[in-house]
Design a protein around this ligand. Structure first.
Ligand SMILES: NC(=O)c1ccc[n+]([C@@H]2O[C@H](COP(=O)([O-])OP(=O)(O)OC[C@H]3O[C@@H](n4cnc5c(N)ncnc54)[C@H](OP(=O)(O)O)[C@@H]3O)[C@@H](O)[C@H]2O)c1
Length: 270
């Protein structure tokens, strides 16, 4: 079951899974252009709707008799300094990028627990390890996703359920283009926006390909990971730009903690 399957990574994953002979429940919100396929069921789902998320999982199980893999893919980004984001914008991105995966995970766990097997794949980001100015609310949503998912992994492993946090770098989808949302700019952040993006003007024009990894390549790595049952890692980095971004973010954290002498002594005690 793959959410947000109409475009981008969700669509690429849907096609890759069908090509690998899997049956797929692809969820979309509204009209879609997914191909007709005998092993594909398309369902309508806005992931912000908790009851609808539970109904979608129930319908998938009714259709196929089980649910092996849930991919929480649906999501979007918001460009806006923390001061710029409205209450509505903040609640909307948390509803979609954090609570959507939470509702679907809650719906899937009892099914997978009864099966004594299953795999919940959360499409996170390298931006859930570090942060970027003007992406703070997106970072907050994805850090939250990683927080509950890491705890959940430790809860459900005993039931035979795997959890993976997929941390891609940039992917060539509409994410940074037509899908991106923008807070109303405050002029005080013009200089920062210019440093970051080369322009203070937002919204920026819907971009062409962003120069990241193709969604097909990202989908292939995820599919291979799901099929590799002996891979115990929780976090899966994807894209040539991903490891460097994570290393830089972890280095910043370490530099902070190392200012505390007790952190050193704990390391040398170990
Ligand atoms: N692209 C990147 O650089 C990048 C990097 C790291 C992580 N990611 C993550 O990868 C995931 C997929 O994004 P993408 O790159 O494929 O972007 P995309 O091309 O914009 O696709 C996003 C998909 O999510 C769906 N969606 C958004 N809000 C939804 C909601 N409330 N309910 C149901 N579906 C919803 C969209 O549906 P509609 O078609 O109806 O709009 C669309 O199908 C996201 O979680 C994103 O944060 C992306």
């Amino acid at each position: 079951m793959i959410t947000g399957a109409n475009r981008g990574l969700g669509r690429a994953l849907t096609i890759a899974a069908l090509d690998a002979d899997h049956a797929v429940v692809a969820t979309v919100r509204g009209a879609h252009s997914l191909p007709e396929h005998e092993r594909l069921v398309v369902q309508q789902l806005d992931v912000r709707d908790r009851l609808a998320a539970f109904a979608a999982v129930a319908q998938a199980v009714a259709e196929f008799g089980r649910l092996d893999v849930l991919v929480n893919n649906a999501g979007y980004g918001l460009i806006g300094a923390v001061e710029e984001a409205t209450e509505e914008e903040a609640r909307a991105i948390l509803d979609t990028d954090l609570l959507g995966p939470l509702w679907l995970s809650q719906a899937a766990i009892p099914v997978m627990r009864d099966q004594r097997s299953g795999h919940i794949v959360q499409i996170s980001t390298v931006g859930a390890v570090g942060t970027m100015p003007t992406l703070g609310l997106y970072n907050a949503a994805k850090w939250g996703l990683e927080g509950f998912s890491e705890a959940m992994a430790a809860e459900v492993g005993r039931f035979g359920i795997r959890v993976t946090l997929v941390e891609p770098g940039a992917i060539d989808t509409d994410w940074a283009g037509g899908s991106m949302r923008f807070s109303s700019p405050i002029a005080a952040y013009d200089e920062l926006r210019t440093e970051l993006f080369g322009t203070a003007t937002v919204p920026w024009p819907a971009a062409e390909a962003s120069g990241g990894t193709s969604p097909e390549d990202v989908a292939a790595v995820i599919l291979a990971h799901v099929r590799e049952l002996d891979d115990p890692r929780l976090r899966l980095l994807i894209g040539d730009d991903a490891p460097g971004q994570v290393e830089a973010a972890l280095k910043l954290r370490h530099e902070d903690y190392e200012r505390d002498p007790r952190f050193h002594s704990r390391e040398s005690d170990a």
